[in-house]
Design a protein around this ligand. Structure first.
Ligand code: DX5
Ligand code: ZN
Length: 214
């Protein structure tokens, strides 16, 4: 089954509870954390995760676009994250493994993320320690960018790794996903679709979530 993870980066932060309730038919709430260092933008952090935890029953899918995430993963877990994903580019392999370990020790789901210029093979050192792999289909940092269709061979390659090595692992894509590009992603093997602007700009959000799910 295809899962939809609307990104609250495109929500109205002054009405975050309302905008999270508006996506209650989705599967996950995607939370984009940016530190102004790993990516050239700053968004939200631990106190916001803590505040939104009680307003939804959906799992919180926390995408950490921060430098050396091992420093903070436990705090995000304790704030209420259910899935925590770390960029492989954000630290050494050893520290990324330590971050995944810390997330799982908290009983949460752990994942790794790859930026557009990072090859599929970069996930291999982590593949048996993750519950999710996220492939960026835009450069991380901002919502509303154009979908990079040239990431699809990488999605397909990682799908083949997952099927061979860790079939329970989810494969998520993030960036520029709309009802048209969603089909391209699922055809390449993704099963979780993050969508920010295409969900929050839709006149009928539940209808858009259904449309994305296909
Ligand atoms: C980008 C974020 C995305 C972003 C997606 O760095 O990781 O989750 O919110 O936004 P759209 O769907 O508008 O491309
Ligand atoms: Zn994201």
């Amino acid at each position: 089954m295809i899962k939809i993870a609307p990104s609250i980066l495109s929500a109205d932060f002054a009405n975050l509870q309302r905008d999270i309730e508006a996506i209650s038919t989705a599967d996950y709430v995607h939370v984009d954390v940016m530190d102004g260092l790993f990516v050239p933008n700053i968004t939200i952090g631990i106190p916001v995760v803590k505040s939104i935890r009680p307003v939804t029953a959906l799992p919180l899918d926390v995408h950490l676009m921060i430098d050396r995430p091992v420093r903070y993963v436990e705090q995000f877990c304790d704030a209420g994250a259910d899935i925590v994903t770390c960029h492989v580019e954000a630290d050494t392999e050893e520290n990324t493994l330590a971050a995944l370990e810390k997330i799982r020790a908290r009983g949460k789901r752990a994942g790794v993320v790859v930026k557009p210029r990072t090859p599929a093979s970069a996930v291999l050192p982590f593949i048996d320690r993750v519950d999710m792999i996220l492939v960026m289909t835009v450069e991380p940092g901002f919502g509303g960018q154009k979908f990079m269709a040239d990431m699809m061979p990488k999605v397909a390659r990682i799908r083949s790794y997952i099927d061979a090595l860790n079939p329970g692992c989810e494969l998520e894509v993030d960036g520029g996903v709309d009802p048209v590009t969603a089909r391209v992603c699922t055809a390449s093997g993704a099963n979780v679709l993050v969508a920010g602007s295409s969900v929050y700009k839709a006149p009928d959000i539940p209808a858009r979530i259904r449309e994305l799910r296909g």
